[in-house]
Design a protein around this ligand. Structure first.
Ligand SMILES: [Zn+2]
Length: 309
């Protein structure tokens, strides 16, 4: 088994807020961003903003503008903006993987016929010269890594088939882009939503394949809508913009999110920062039901939460 120990840093902490401008900010993303923000602020580190628009077919500038506005309204500030993904070249990262990548021309039907998992060996044997580019995952067995909240996780990334790193239309996949970016940007901790928790095993392997040790991982609980599903576009009323129009204040939203991140009773953002624990809150379910019916609390306390920093 490949075992990645928890990262120990002696230097400054560097984290990032990495919004994807294909969907508006909802409570679920806001919770993950709040965790990333608190974690870096609690350590006096540097927080970067990186727009993750590698999939240029889905990114929308108007959505990005709204994301920035909603983040600023919540008080999710950043120290420095780094180049957006659509401005970067991931060719060198792909090249650095050398012969561990191969072309794939598998059709959806061929993948379906293999139980929905990419038929790695069959595909490699075809020796295609075009199509998508996949990474031959170096570890077929179990991979262990440390999450600050959920502790040691053991997953078998090989079960999901070799991941695509560049699509057949030439667009680089998030899988490669996010690791190449975090390495280039000097990121030491990745704090995000728990939907990507077990994906961190594969990413840890990719960090190492690119010559670096993986970051410190912390995954914030996943917020579920009343229907038990992960919050998504279908839960329109839980978009931050919609909540704002329904008279929620930033303070109301932070009050909703902070208990999920292990913080009770903080009245200001500085208080929340000092109450934040490195483990990101007590161990609990990975998916948490929202304690709201999208009913707006009696708000209007005059001062916006983000203005009392
Ligand atoms: Zn294939």
């Amino acid at each position: 088994m490949m075992d990645f120990p928890a990262r120990v840093d002696s230097g400054p902490v560097v984290g990032r807020l990495a919004p994807t401008p294909s969907g508006l900010l909802h409570l679920g993303n806001a919770c993950a961003f709040a965790a990333a923000w608190l974690s870096v602020r609690a350590k006096g580190g540097e927080l970067l903003l990186r727009v993750e628009d590698v999939d240029t077919t889905r990114a929308r500038r108007a959505v990005e503008d709204q994301l920035r506005e909603d983040m600023a309204w919540l008080g999710l500030t950043w120290d420095r903006e780094v180049p957006r993904q659509s401005e970067r070249d991931y060719g060198p990262a792909l090249e650095a993987l050398g012969e561990a990548v191969y072309f794939c021309e598998c059709t959806r039907a061929q993948i379906r016929a293999n139980g929905g998992v990419h038929p790695n060996e069959l595909c490699k044997a075809r020796q295609s010269h075009q199509g998508a580019v996949r990474w031959s995952v170096p570890e077929a067995g179990q991979v262990a890594f440390e999450d600050r909240r959920w502790g040691r996780r053991v997953v078998t990334p090989g079960e999901f088939g070799d991941p695509v790193l560049r699509r057949r239309d030439g667009i680089f996949a998030y899988t490669l882009a996010v690791v190449a970016d975090d390495i280039a940007d000097g990121v030491t901790e990745v704090v995000r939503g728990a939907d990507l928790l077990d994906f961190s095993a594969l990413q840890s392997l990719l960090w190492r394949a690119l010559g670096h040790e993986p970051p410190s991982w912390l995954h914030a609980p996943l917020l579920l809508g009343g229907d038990g599903r992960k919050l998504s576009k279908s839960h329109g009323s839980l978009h931050i913009g919609a909540m704002r129009e329904a008279s929620w204040s930033p303070r109301d939203i932070w009050r909703l999110l902070l208990p999920m991140l292990g913080i009770d009773g903080a009245e200001t953002l500085p208080e929340a920062v000092s109450a934040f624990k490195a483990d990101g809150g007590a161990l609990g379910p990975i998916g948490m039901d929202l304690p709201v019916d999208a009913a707006c609390p009696a708000s209007s306390e005059g001062v916006a939460w983000s203005e009392v920093q």
